[in-house]
Write a new protein. Structure first.
Length: 190
């Protein structure tokens, strides 16, 4: 992790990436086939078609664990069985319909640090009121919503290793061609 790759190019994505603030004050609902809940520590371990909802946030996984700190912050670690993915979707703050969705083999969410980390086969996609989506794909994606800062690495452990793989970022144009103009269709592939 010595080579730190800041993705400043994603600044165009930042306003859409902030999660719906009101979700932090909504109850967390965990639906699953089987679960164990510790009333003293606040930890819940769930398996079998786990679905976690909290306001506009929805996470689907094969299994997961949600812990609560003494201060009331939640930390969730969700994993998928072989061949499956952990999937999430959440409305983002801001005007219009803005959504962030993603998937990976494992997803960790730390409410106190305001970070979400995706491990192995990770992808994030943002949409905003009919505009072209913004996407990031790689083996490791970490996002700090307070700093609006992304980090991607080419290994699922979060290390940057030469020859281990590549990351991809797709940034749509920030300007949109006037509708009905020849420019609006130029460059599209059939």
């Amino acid at each position: 992790m010595k080579l730190f790759i800041p993705l400043l190019l994603l600044l165009g994505m930042a306003p859409q990436a902030r999660a719906e603030k009101a979700d932090a004050y909504k109850p967390t609902q965990i639906d699953c086939r089987s679960c164990e809940a510790d009333g003293v520590t606040g930890a819940v371990t769930a398996t079998g078609g786990v679905v976690i909802t909290r306001g506009t946030l929805r996470i689907e996984a094969d299994r997961g664990r949600v812990e609560r700190s003494p201060e009331g912050y939640q930390f969730a670690r969700l994993t998928a069985d072989a061949g499956n993915k952990v999937r999430f979707r959440q409305k983002a703050d801001g005007p219009g319909e803005r959504w962030i969705e993603g998937e990976a083999d494992r997803v960790e969410y730390d409410e106190r640090a305001a970070t979400v980390t995706l491990f192995a086969g990770a992808s994030i996609r943002r949409t905003a009121s009919g505009r072209l989506p913004e996407e990031a794909r790689g083996e490791y994606i970490a996002y700090d919503s307070r700093k609006e800062f992304y980090v991607m690495r080419n290994t699922a452990t979060g290390e940057d290793r030469p020859g281990a793989g590549r990351n991809t970022i797709i940034l749509p144009p920030s300007r949109i061609a006037p509708s009905g103009s020849a420019l609006a269709n130029k460059g599209e592939q059939p």
